[in-house]
Design a protein around this ligand. Structure first.
Ligand code: SER
Length: 319
């Protein structure tokens, strides 16, 4: 019988949509959601919800054994801006959590998915067409934990045969759960403000170009990578993936095609601008395309249209 799937950080921005995607592919009865917070509505799309603090080995061990877990999608982590404000906590949670999860995975024969990020690159990385294999010297604590996480996963794969795989995700845009404390969060906030107030004050400068992806593509990438034939994977931790790249100015222009009186102005936050300026402008995801057939469904135009439609329905006052 197939073993079950555990998602940590299931109430976060990715987890809120990954749990339903995994339930659709593998059956809700095989998916266990977990988070350090309690869910507002029970287990949601999963078969069970577990309160789980990933810095506590015994708790992870207990959940994995009780539910006969065979794969852990380990999403519990702090995002870049909040990690820069609380670097000690970021190390404790991002590295301490991963180390405990991958140790439990080793002991119980589980596969592991780890989200890495464009934040795993730094100012000495080529900023355009950033290759899959290149310089990784990030200058943020978030980036340090992402590079170390990639290395730890590769180490456990090579040394102990743990089937650990990862993606370097770009900024993720979604209408279900809000991101918390990231540098790319503007690309989500802007849609809420455009619908509510027809106006947005952006914390990154107008020409800051970054890679982005719509959440349905991100969950697709995660599910497809974990289902990919391992003999075809030359890389594991972690694959560059992208779907689009744009500046705040270009995103505002796209929104204006649907909301003609939408206005944007800028109050640059030095912390988040410095983080964004240390990241690539456009990464090359050729290895993901070649090794497991990665191809996104949404570009800037189709993502913007779908976000505005879905969020307008969500934010409309009940009749
Ligand atoms: N979206 C993330 C952040 O801004 C990048 O991985 O922190």
């Amino acid at each position: 019988m197939e073993r079950n799937i555990l998602v940590t950080g299931a109430l976060g921005q990715i987890g809120s949509e990954l749990v339903p995607a995994l339930a659709e592919r593998y059956g809700a009865e095989r998916v266990v959601a977990s988070d350090v917070r309690m869910p507002p509505d029970g287990a949601g799309a999963a078969s069970a919800f577990e309160h789980l603090d990933c810095t506590k080995t015994q708790q992870i061990q207990d959940v994995v054994r009780r539910h006969d877990i065979g794969a852990i999608y380990h999403l519990a982590a702090l995002l870049s801006a909040i990690a820069e404000e609380k670097p000690q906590l970021a190390w404790h949670l991002n590295m301490g959590g991963l180390y405990r999860v991958i140790e439990v995975a080793r002991q119980n024969g589980c596969a592991v998915f780890l989200p890495s990020s464009i934040g795993a690159f730094g100012p000495s990385t080529p900023r355009d067409d950033t290759p899959q294999d290149t310089i990784q010297r990030p200058t943020t604590m978030y980036g340090v934990t992402k590079v170390a996480g990639e290395l730890l996963c590769d180490y456990y794969a090579g040394r102990f045969g743990v089937d650990a795989r990862g993606l370097r995700l770009p900024g993720l845009i979604s209408h279900v759960a809000l991101p918390g404390g990231g540098t790319t969060d503007y690309a989500v906030d802007i849609f809420y403000q455009a619908i509510r107030y027809r106006h947005y004050t952006c914390f990154l400068s107008p020409e800051t170009r970054l890679d982005m992806m719509y959440m349905p593509d991100a969950t697709k990438a995660i599910v497809e990578l974990m289902a990919a034939d391992p003999t075809k994977l030359e890389h594991r931790n972690a694959f560059n993936v992208t779907a689009m790249n744009f500046t705040p100015d270009e995103l505002a222009a796209e929104i204006r095609k649907h909301v003609p009186d939408f206005a944007i102005d800028y109050e640059v936050d030095p912390l988040r601008q410095a983080i964004a300026d240390s990241w690539p402008r456009a990464i090359d995801d050729g290895a993901a395309q070649a090794e497991w057939g990665w191809s996104p469904d949404y570009d800037l135009a189709s993502m913007t249209q779908d976000m505005l439609e879905k969020l307008s329905a969500k934010l409309r006052p009940a009749a």
